[in-house]
Ligand binder design. Structure first.
Ligand SMILES: C[S@@+](CC[C@H](N)C(=O)[O-])C[C@H]1O[C@@H](n2cnc3c(N)ncnc32)[C@H](O)[C@@H]1O
Length: 218
């Protein structure tokens, strides 16, 4: 597709993401996925209001491209996304993102942001995986399996069976305004990070992978 033929933001995003895969079937799969996000969640309008949504989607897609050789490998994979985002999640005071599409700094607003809707689980769902999202924000209308959980409580994920996930991600819980309000002390945030790492080890199947973990990096 030539640059002048790329009419809208969704198409521009698809063109940017296509470069992550060499195989035509993978490029077609990711294009179909992003188009589905537009149909189901008004992606085009959200990109117009908050261009940073493109960077978030590129970041999540980049993590998949690094973790799986082919998008078809995701079929049927049970993947847990801890603090998956929600339809009520808020923007932190400041956020800097480095993604395969570039860099972006946002922040300042105190209210809801489309940036932290559950894009990773939605993408996985469209790609034929079996995502499971946990978060304490509103996920009621979402098609993927989700649980309302306060991750600040020790044992909050004990109800999920041991060795039941092929892959896990935890991303950006720790800098979120909701979490820092609940845990202003760094030592308390560290305790939660340790609990999440412990749960990730318990929940992964043998041979399962960590797609991304802020908790482990702390
Ligand atoms: C910044 S968003 C991250 C969304 C997504 N994981 C990402 O990386 O873009 C942080 C999420 O953590 C959730 N959260 C914050 N504190 C929480 C807690 N104690 N229990 C469950 N979810 C929490 C918020 O509802 C929000 O959806």
């Amino acid at each position: 597709m030539k640059k002048e033929q790329i009419e809208n933001r969704t198409d521009r995003l698809i063109a940017g993401l296509s470069g992550m895969w060499e195989d035509e079937q993978d490029r077609a799969r990711i294009a179909k996925t992003i188009q589905a996000l537009d149909t189901r969640y008004d992606l085009e309008q959200k990109l117009a209001r908050e261009p940073g949504v493109a960077e978030i989607i590129a970041q999540m897609t980049g993590r998949l491209a690094r973790s799986y050789a082919r998008l078809a490998d995701l079929q049927g994979k049970r993947i847990l996304d801890i603090a998956c985002g929600s339809n009520t999640s808020k923007l932190p005071a400041s956020l800097h993102l480095k993604t395969p599409l570039g860099e972006l700094s946002v922040g300042g607003s105190k209210g809801y942001t489309a940036l932290f809707e559950p894009w990773f689980c939605r993408i996985l769902f469209e790609l034929g995986a079996t995502p499971v999202g946990v978060d304490f924000g509103d996920l009621e209308e979402e098609a993927f399996t989700h649980y309302k959980v306060d991750l600040g409580k020790t044992g909050a994920m004990d109800f999920l069976p041991e060795a039941s996930f092929d892959a896990i991600q935890d991303s950006r819980l720790f800098g979120s305004p909701e979490f820092t309000a609940e845990f202003p002390k760094e030592s308390d945030r560290l305790d939660v990070a340790h609990e999440i790492v412990k749960q990730e080890q318990r929940l992964l199947k043998p041979g399962g992978i960590i797609i991304h973990s802020d908790a482990a990096a702390w």
